[in-house]
Design a protein around this ligand. Structure first.
Ligand code: FES
Ligand code: FE2
Length: 352
């Protein structure tokens, strides 16, 4: 089947996000008492950790002279602007002006405050309608494997000059293993089934995998291609709007947490989990030892992820440039997954 995507290509490649979801704006360790400026779909946001370790997210704009609050510092539980030292509390209200006279009152200015949660190693932020959040009791997707003793986590940041649709299409199209050569964990992918729901697309492929972690030396397969032995495994990839999850066999999981920045820029975090479930007698080991092993092996697959990301980003940025130069150019597609992904992006974008 050949699917033409000409008819609505313009809307797709400039489609806005649906803000009524939880997005990932930083890794936990990036947010300290030194404020961090991030951008989520054209909104500049200042993240900071207060004196109690709680993370807050405020509009990154000082109401005095409109400079970036993220250039300032945290004083106790307040965020202090670098320019004249005005301070703001976590509710976005001006709490102190150091040179205010006895006869003057604090101005009633208030900054936008974003709901934010620190969960499973990342900072999840909700930029949408608070009534929808309340009504639908929406929760961040989360990564249950992050703190689970049987999973070893690694992650890397993706910064690419491309619309988020190019990145999610890359992640949902398993035929692009062709690009990755020695980095790829799968081969000979073949789409078997597709399921569609309001907020997600699941694509079920079969594939060959070299990846099986059942002995202590198995992890060396990541670095020495000659040690790999291919065997058949199911490969599932899911667009759980706005994020992505995948699973290859039992032992290999990758997620991609999205922070679309603008129509031509996307940040994301690629997080990989190696399962230790296949190790015999794992559950008999003392918890302290299992935690030690988990911590010791944290980020052991980072180089692998960085290699994959580098190759993908080159392709995605070329797609973006090609679109900018020739938006009218027709693309041809034979993987029906991508049409469903595009339809989901468009339906989520409706009304924004
Ligand atoms: S601009 Fe922020 S205190 Fe003056
Ligand atoms: Fe890739």
């Amino acid at each position: 089947m050949t699917v033409s995507v000409k008819s609505s290509v313009v809307a797709l490649r400039t489609a806005p996000i649906n803000p009524d979801h939880w997005y990932v704006v930083a890794q936990s360790a990036e947010v300290t008492t030194k404020p961090l400026g991030v951008t989520l779909w054209y909104q500049a946001i200042a993240l900071f950790r207060d004196g109690q370790g709680q993370v807050h997210a405020l509009e990154d704009r000082c109401p005095h002279r409109q400079v970036k609050l993220s250039e300032g510092q945290v004083v106790g539980n307040h965020l202090e602007c670098a320019y004249h030292g005005w301070q703001f509390d976590s509710q976005g209200h001006c709490a102190k002006i150091p040179y205010l006279t006895d006869k003057q009152k604090l101005p009633q200015c208030s900054l936008r405050v974003y709901p934010v949660q620190e969960l499973d190693g990342f900072i999840w932020l909700y930029p949408g309608d608070l009534a929808v959040l309340e009504r639908q009791k929406m929760q961040p997707m989360g990564l249950p494997e992050w703190s689970h003793l049987n999973y070893i986590a690694s992650f890397t940041k993706i910064d690419c000059q491309g619309h988020f649709s190019f990145l999610i299409e890359n992640l949902m199209d398993m035929y692009h293993g062709h690009l990755h050569d020695n980095y790829q964990a799968w081969a000979t992918a073949a789409l078997q089934n597709l399921t569609i729901q309001d907020n997600r697309v699941d694509a079920y492929y079969t594939a060959q995998s070299y990846y099986r972690i059942d002995k202590i030396w198995s992890i060396s397969q990541l670095f020495f291609p000659a040690l790999r032995r291919l065997h058949p495994e199911p490969l599932t990839v899911s667009y759980c709007y706005p994020h992505w999850r995948s699973q290859l066999g039992e032992d290999f999981r990758i997620c991609c947490l999205f922070c679309p920045v603008s129509e031509t820029q996307t940040r994301a975090y690629l997080v990989h989990f190696t399962s230790l479930e296949a190790f015999p007698k794992l559950h008999q080991l003392p918890i302290a030892f299992r935690q030690f092993l988990k911590d010791k092996l944290f980020n052991s697959a980072r180089k692998l992820l960085e290699g994959l990301v580098e190759q993908d980003v080159v392709m995605i940025e070329q797609e973006q440039q090609a679109y900018l130069h020739h938006p009218e150019q027709r693309s041809y597609e034979v993987n029906p997954t991508l049409g469903k992904v595009q339809a989901l992006i468009r339906s989520q974008a409706q009304g924004f």
